[in-house]
Every structure is written in structure tokens, then in C-alpha cells.
Write a protein that binds this ligand. Structure first.
Ligand SMILES: Nc1ncnc2c1ncn2[C@@H]1O[C@H](COP(=O)(O)OP(=O)(O)O)[C@@H](O)[C@H]1O
Ligand SMILES: [Mg+2]
Length: 325
């Protein structure tokens, strides 16, 4: 395990910082990594070092190689569009890395929770995700660069789909079939954690962070993951603008689908969204802000119905209720 002093030594060796005292200031938010901000002569940078065990209530282990996988995703995404990911400055020992810090860019989740909901921005998020999928679809090089099925299974398929299946005999066959389908599709480069807490709001649009779960897989997962967050927050806040943001996200994403028939992607995304919605109220990783039993009830009932009778994600969003009142 590298120490903080080792990190400073490596930053020096990489020519990113000079001699003298270097302060590593922890950035809030992380459950899977140490993330620090470091002032350097050429501006602030972020150093991120993956932890072997995630800091969440239930025990999750994850190989630290995901740090290198994240670097690959960030570089690949910048190759598609330099505005949508931070620049990687150096790779360090222990699968840690340094990237440029983006000053003055709030995290999208904080904006949404504060009631600043911008459907136009949600559309840009959808466009950004689709751009990476379209650029990497059916690409053998990208497939070879992200052979992370085992990690994706441990961090995504198992906790979000199979954990709920194990606790719900009635829905288990549908959830298990969904998990098998998701694991079997090798279509494009998936970010794996497109949550509003991993998106910075920059003047140039969304900047995607935290690609530790990147895998060559089913692009429907990313749009489902992000849609789920917006729909959960719509119930939590009761704010119709979150439904509108989800609709804008999906519409912009749909417009970027050029690698296969859009209908197929949207139906798979609808099934995954239903399962992820349920996982966020009954799964291993419940949304921390969903404490109100009434909110959970609204989400659980709709999610269960949608797992039984799937809808394409655009229809799912259009029909999503914030309350049963
Ligand atoms: N390049 C960056 N510029 C500005 N802030 C960043 C940057 N990278 C990370 N952060 C901040 O640190 C937080 C945690 O980073 P993230 O990559 O999401 O790590 P974790 O895997 O621990 O969630 C982000 O939510 C964001 O607030
Ligand atoms: Mg994060």
C-alpha cells in the first residue's frame, strides 16, 4: 500500500510538484478511493488512489486495477470529445493517478438536490454518454482494452440485480435473465457509474468522472443508471422538472444511437432502469436520501410493476409518477 508520502514523492518524480511542503487536501464524496486536491505550480490537480475495500455499510471488495481502467476510460472519452472528461496528467503506483482539477464546477447531484434542475444540461449528459458509446461500438480495440467483466459483475451485476433476485423469489427469474443478458452483451464502452454525483457541471457542459466500473458491455446500462438517479430524485423532491430532465436525458441519448436499432437499446434500458430503481430501495446500495417510507413505496411499486411488464425507457420516464396521491 502506497502512503501519502509516497504519493508526494511520485508527484515530484512526475514533475507535477516542486520541492517543499505539499498538502494533500481530501475531497469529499468518495467511498471507493482516496481523492485529494493538490496545489501545484501549474494549477490544482486531483490525485485519486483506489481502495481495496469500499467504504460502505455492506462489505464490498474490488480490485485496485480499476484505477487503471478509469484512466483508460478518461483518455478514451477525451479522444471522443476533450470537453467531457478531465485530462489525466500521470499514472502513479498502486493504480493511482493524477488529473487536472476543474475549478468552479459543482457536482451535478448537489445542483439537483438544491433545486437547480436544468433539462438542457441533462440533454448534454445524454449526448455525452451516447457519443462515447457510438465511438466505441463494435470496436475490437476498445473491447480488448476493457476486459473487466469480473469487476463489473462484482460491482454492478451482483449488487444491483442479483442481490435483489436472491431476496425476491417472485422477481428472481426476470432479474436473473436481465443479469445474464447484460453480462453477455459486448457492444460498446460502458462507463458504469453515470450518476449525478460523478458529473461535474462545467461551463462547457458535463464532465464525467469516476469511471472505475468501465467495461466493454451493454451501453443500455449507462443510460439506465443515470435515468434511475433522476427518477429517484423526482420522487424525493416531488419536482416535475426532474421528470423533464430525465426525458431530456433519454431523448438526447436516443438521438445519438447509431450502432444498432434504437428500439432495442431503449427496451433494454427500460428493463435495467426498473431493476435499478428497485435495487435503490431494496438492494445492497440503497439511495441514502430515500428515508421516507412513502417515497420508497412509490418507487418500489412502480419498479416491481415495470420488472413484470417492461417498457422502453422513454415510455417508462413519460409514465413515471412522483406520488400516488
Ligand atoms: N478532476 C476533478 N476536478 C474537480 N473535482 C473533482 C475532480 N475529480 C474528482 N473531483 C471531486 O472529488 C469527488 C470524488 O471523485 P470521484 O472520482 O467521484 O471518486 P470516488 O470514486 O471516490 O467517488 C467528486 O465527486 C468531485 O467532487
Ligand atoms: Mg464518485
Amino acid at each position: 500500500m502506497t502512503t501519502d508520502a509516497d504519493i508526494v514523492d511520485e508527484l515530484r518524480a512526475a514533475g507535477l510538484v516542486g520541492e517543499g511542503d505539499i498538502a494533500l487536501t481530501p475531497l469529499t464524496g468518495g467511498v471507493s478511493c482516496d481523492v485529494w486536491k493538490v496545489e501545484t505550480p501549474s494549477g490544482p490537480i486531483v490525485v485519486k488512489r483506489p481502495l481495496p475495500q469500499l467504504r460502505v455499510a455492506a462489505e464490498w471488495h474490488a480490485p485496485v486495477e480499476r484505477g487503471t481502467s478509469e484512466v483508460r476510460w478518461l483518455r478514451r472519452a477525451r479522444g471522443v470529445d476533450p470537453k467531457i472528461a478531465p485530462e489525466v496528467l500521470a499514472e502513479l503506483a498502486g493504480h493511482a493517478f493524477a488529473m487536472r482539477f476543474l475549478p468552479g464546477c459543482p457536482v451535478w447531484k448537489d445542483e439537483l438536490m438544491a433545486g437547480r434542475v436544468d433539462a438542457g444540461f441533462a440533454g448534454e449528459v445524454g449526448r455525452g454518454i451516447a457519443a462515447v458509446h457510438a465511438a466505441t461500438a463494435h470496436n475490437e480495440g476498445d473491447r480488448a482494452d476493457f476486459p473487466n467483466d469480473e469487476m463489473f459483475r462484482a460491482l454492478r451485476v451482483d449488487p444491483f440485480l442479483l442481490y435483489v433476485a436472491r431476496h425476491d423469489a417472485e422477481l428472481a427469474p426476470a432479474l436473473e435473465a436481465l443479469a445474464a443478458d447484460l453480462s453477455g452483451r459486448k457492444i460498446a464502452l460502458v462507463h458504469g457509474d453515470v450518476s449525478p454525483k460523478n458529473i461535474l457541471v462545467s461551463a462547457d457542459g458535463p464532465v464525467f468522472l469516476d469511471a472505475e466500473c468501465a467495461v466493454y458491455g451493454d451501453p443500455a446500462f449507462d443510460i439506465a443508471f443515470c435515468t434511475t438517479h433522476l427518477l429517484l430524485k423526482a420522487v424525493w423532491s416531488g419536482d416535475a422538472r426532474l421528470n423533464e430532465a430525465a426525458a431530456a436525458l433519454v431523448a438526447a441519448y436516443r438521438a445519438g444511437i447509431d450502432w444498432e436499432d434504437a428500439g432495442g437499446v431503449l427496451l433494454r434500458a427500460g428493463k435495467l432502469t426498473a431493476a435499478l430503481l428497485l435495487a435503490r430501495v431494496e438492494g445492497k446500495s440503497p439511495a441514502p436520501y430515500l428515508t421516507d417510507p412513502g417515497h420508497k413505496h412509490v418507487i418500489r411499486d412502480q419498479a416491481r410493476a415495470l420488472i413484470r411488464a417492461p417498457q422502453p425507457v422513454d415510455a417508462l420516464v413519460a409514465n413515471w409518477k412522483r406520488t400516488f396521491a
